[in-house]
Design a protein around this ligand. Sequence first.
Ligand SMILES: *Cc1c(COP(=O)(O)O)cnc(C)c1O
Length: 392
Amino acid sequence: MGRPPLNSRLAEFGTTIFAEMSALAVRTGSINLGQGFPDVDGPESVREAAVRALRDGRGNQYPPGPGVPELREAVAAHQSRFYGELGLTYDPDTEILVTAGATEAVAASLLGLVEPGDEVIALEPYYDSYAASIALAGGTRVPVTLRPRDGAYALDLDELRDAVTDRTRLILLNTPHNPTGTVLTRDELAAIAGLCVERDLLAVTDEVYEHLVYDGEHLPLASFEGMRERTVTISSAGKTFAFTGWKVGWAMAPPELLAAVRAAKQYLTYVASGPFQYAIAEALALPDTYYEGLRDDLRTKRDLLSAGLRDAGFEVFRSAGTYFITTDIRPLGASDGIDFCLSLPERCGVVAVPTQVFYDHQPEAAHLVRFAFCKREEVLRDATSRLKGLTS
Ligand SMILES: *Cc1c(COP(=O)(O)O)cnc(C)c1O
């Protein structure tokens, strides 16, 4: 065979460690704290709403390209309900696009807005689809690395400012941030907004953990001065309602920007998740007690796993949001996260993810390992007692 089959745009993304880790988890019967999906499904009423939609024949055929009107209206209502005070509202007909999860919304935004050669700034470590999506769009990724400060991961605003060049097209932001659990503060977001306005940059913000903030608050970048007109805001039902398999997401932006995202999206999936769109429309209207209950439950789990990991000898970085905790394994006498994670299932029956796979500059992150806490409390307790066996 002549040249290798995988094209150059994707060559560096050919294999990931995840397949190997998951196979290991199954073979060793390990507790999987690697992947970020809940081990209990979301609300029964929302599942029933999906069943009703299927039975009533709603969404079983291609839904409208922008998404079913019920869901677009529910997304608009959700946005007014949680961020209306900040002046952030969207028109369901011209400013909201339903996507196959946030993943497609990010991909379509980059494909629709980035020219080959444009630079895209993203916070490192990255969510795993970002680098590949930037590459598919022909963009050049420019990482701005979050680093430990006072026991948690933080953004260096000077480094962000220095990363902007004349070729920068957009900043791809993720807050609350996976995998570090960093939640950008009002001052940080205001500074990022100022930079975007000053340098005339677009912003694409991945806010899938908007309701999973345990310390501080989530503020959409689009609510800052001068940002609504230049920001694509992305969220999704997967994390908020614990239905990660349904792949219902959405993008919100002023009409001209959204049209660019839609142009790419229509040739990716065209549409997806018909009946689930109706169910998520109902889910978004759940009372505040649902959203508060979800957050309080996950805060308890974060605390439980953080304490357990600390007890087991890890250095634990404070996580203010998301499903994840980042740890440093060096206090356990280990230095390479990949070796550590590959041996962990055999050594104690737990699976975790080496954070370095989310970095361009891997050596800097060699000693970091990510654990997910979106699991039942008894599973987290079992996992932490197994991890304690590492040092005894
Ligand atoms: C889980 C996750 C996504 C994927 O969302 P989907 O709606 O499942 O596509 C996107 N971004 C981040 C940061 C995530 O953690």
